[in-house]
Design a protein around this ligand. Structure first.
Ligand code: NDP
Length: 502
């Protein structure tokens, strides 16, 4: 990405570049604070129309958009390939998953969010109680470059299906994908319910301050903190989908070959630039040698280059190559060994797969997000040790367990928002499952019913059906009513057994 000076002293356009070749893919406006505010104002008008539609009507509009995306998916994948460098097939897979999420969100919004009756309880038996989930208004979505379609779609589709308008700020590396989405939406729906603003970090910061009703941020933990600080000024709520340091645990009874295959794909697909990518592996000592041999064997044929057959593309941003190099160097300096690749794997644009062993647990390659096709593999005595080491980072996004007998038990003890058992990153493709993390991986959820509710506020209504037997919420309340309430509460809740003191 470079900025172009087209007006005295101000950069008003920027270029997105093909990271494999450096070719210019497109030129895009740097939207100013004023322009961002104007987009939010237009979105607010569109939101009034959109939120007044029924769930079925919104489903029909979103389905029409989904149809356009699907029919032109080749064009979209090509743009994703050029802006990120990822192989065309991987871009198709990403688009397919994004389309599936759009379908789920549109089809399930009514079921999850519409008004429903809840029990009012015995004390308030004269009330009819209902709850429904109403749209917030305008949601600002700030997205990363690594999955320029799938990741923001996890917020955009769910926010739209819940009845909000969206203003989307794509990463400066993938503005074309953002513009493509907004254009196809306008063609399909005819109202600017989804708009895009492009630019650098400042445009994202302007969106946080532009009066949106919520910000859905996906990106690094460091930027997430800045976004949250900006949103705090106006008490704008945020959902933060940040980085990860996901581990794979391989138990003694695991299908070792399948675990090695999944680890390699989880660590190296998208050139390792996946928030839920595999960065660490803890293997039971009984199968460690077998696992490492299988992993090495499978990794040997894998190369990153710019040929049409390449399974790994380039590293999208120049800074990331420095991070990857520094993590490998730190691991080696501190006694680790590279059984595949090494510092020399980090090239001008491409990074070759690297497998590290004997890496101390407090080194950068084990504690910090590397975001490259590298992985550390460690031997553990038992699953207790594997779980303890997995949980010993400040991140908690995804995780994976390979075990025939104890998968569920181990998964339940891992402190991460999502866990795949005997598969890798499978949770991301299940639209009914919530997606998000704990700790430095962020908070709030996209996808699934939780993802729909994330972009709403709960509206509770208590409607009096008949006069209460006991008048409690009035200054005319009598002593007798107080006594009757005490009796009723004792009858309802007074029977809990006393836990003996130890
Ligand atoms: P960044 O944090 O660098 O950027 C994310 C977005 O924030 C970009 O659109 C960026 O714009 C924008 N931005 C930058 N500065 C500001 C600011 N001050 N205020 C508001 N917005 C700002 O992340 P990357 O794009 O490098 O993405 C990679 C990161 O995303 C990794 O850490 C990865 O783990 C994480 N990620 C998390 C996912 C999850 O679901 N948990 C999914 C996918 C990725 P610009 O690009 O123009 O600078």
């Amino acid at each position: 990405m470079t900025q172009t000076e087209t007006r005295a002293g101000t950069a008003t356009t920027f270029e997105s570049l093909d990271p494999a070749t450096g070719d210019v893919v497109g030129v895009h406006p740097v939207h100013t604070e004023e322009e961002v505010r104007a987009a939010v104002a237009r979105a607010r008008e569109a939101a009034a129309w959109w939120s007044a539609l029924s769930y079925d009507e919104r489903d029909r509009h979103l389905s029409a958009w989904k149809g356009v995306i699907t029919r032109r998916v080749g064009q979209l994948a090509d743009l994703m390939h050029r802006e990120t460098g990822k192989p065309h097939g991987d871009a198709m897979l990403e688009a397919a998953l994004g389309i599936d999420h759009l379908a789920w969100a549109a089809g399930h919004a009514g079921k999850v969010l519409k008004r429903r009756r809840v029990s009012a309880g015995l004390v308030m038996a004269n009330q009819a109680a209902t709850v429904e989930y109403l749209p917030l208004g305008v949601v600002g979505v700030i997205g990363p470059w690594n999955y320029p379609l799938f990741t923001p779609m996890g917020s955009i589709a769910y926010a739209l299906a819940a009845g909000n308008a969206v203003v989307f700020k794509p990463s400066e590396y993938t503005p074309g994908v953002g513009e493509w989405l907004a254009q196809t939406f306008l063609e399909s729906v005819g109202h600017p319910v989804l708009q895009v603003v492009t630019g650098l970090g400042d445009t994202g910061a302007a969106l946080c301050r532009a009066g949106v009703d919520k910000v859905a941020f996906t990106g690094s933990t460091a930027t997430g903190k800045r976004v949250m600080a900006a949103c705090a000024e106006t008490l704008t709520p945020v959902v933060i989908e940040a980085g990860g340091k996901d581990a794979v645990i391989v138990d003694a009874d695991a299908d070792v070959d399948a675990a090695a295959d999944a680890t390699l794909w989880g660590a190296c697909s998208n050139a390792g630039q996946t928030c839920t990518g595999v960065e660490r592996v803890y293997v039971h000592e009984r199968v460690y040698d077998e696992f490492l041999a299988a992993l090495l064997d499978k990794a040997k044929g894998l190369r990153a280059d710019d040929s049409a057959e390449a399974q790994l593309g380039p590293i999208t941003t120049p800074q990331q190559r420095d991070v990857i190099r520094s993590h490998i160097q730190d691991a080696l300096d501190r006694g680790g060994r590279a059984v595949l690749g090494g510092v020399e794997s980090v090239g001008e644009r491409f990074v070759q797969p690297t497998i590290l062993v004997d890496v101390p647990e407090d080194s950068l390659a084990v504690q910090e997000e590397t975001f490259g096709p590298t992985v550390t593999v460690a031997k553990v005595r038992d699953m207790e040790e594997a779980i303890a080491r997995t949980n010993a980072t400040r991140y908690g996004l995804g995780s994976t367990v390979f075990s025939k007998e104890r998968g569920m038990e181990i998964a339940a003890r891992i402190r991460s928002g999502m866990t795949a058992i005997n598969g890798v990153i499978t949770f991301a493709g299940v639209p009914s499952l919530p997606f998000g993390g704990v700790g430095d991986s962020g908070f709030g959820r996209i996808h699934g019913p939780d993802g729909l509710k994330e972009f709403t506020y709960a509206k509770a209504i208590a409607r009096q059906r008949f006069k209460p037997l006991l008048t409690l919420t009035s200054f005319t309340r009598t002593d007798k009513a107080d006594q009757q309430l005490a009796q009723m509460i004792t009858m309802l809740h007074g029977r809990g057994t006393t836990i003996p003191k130890r």
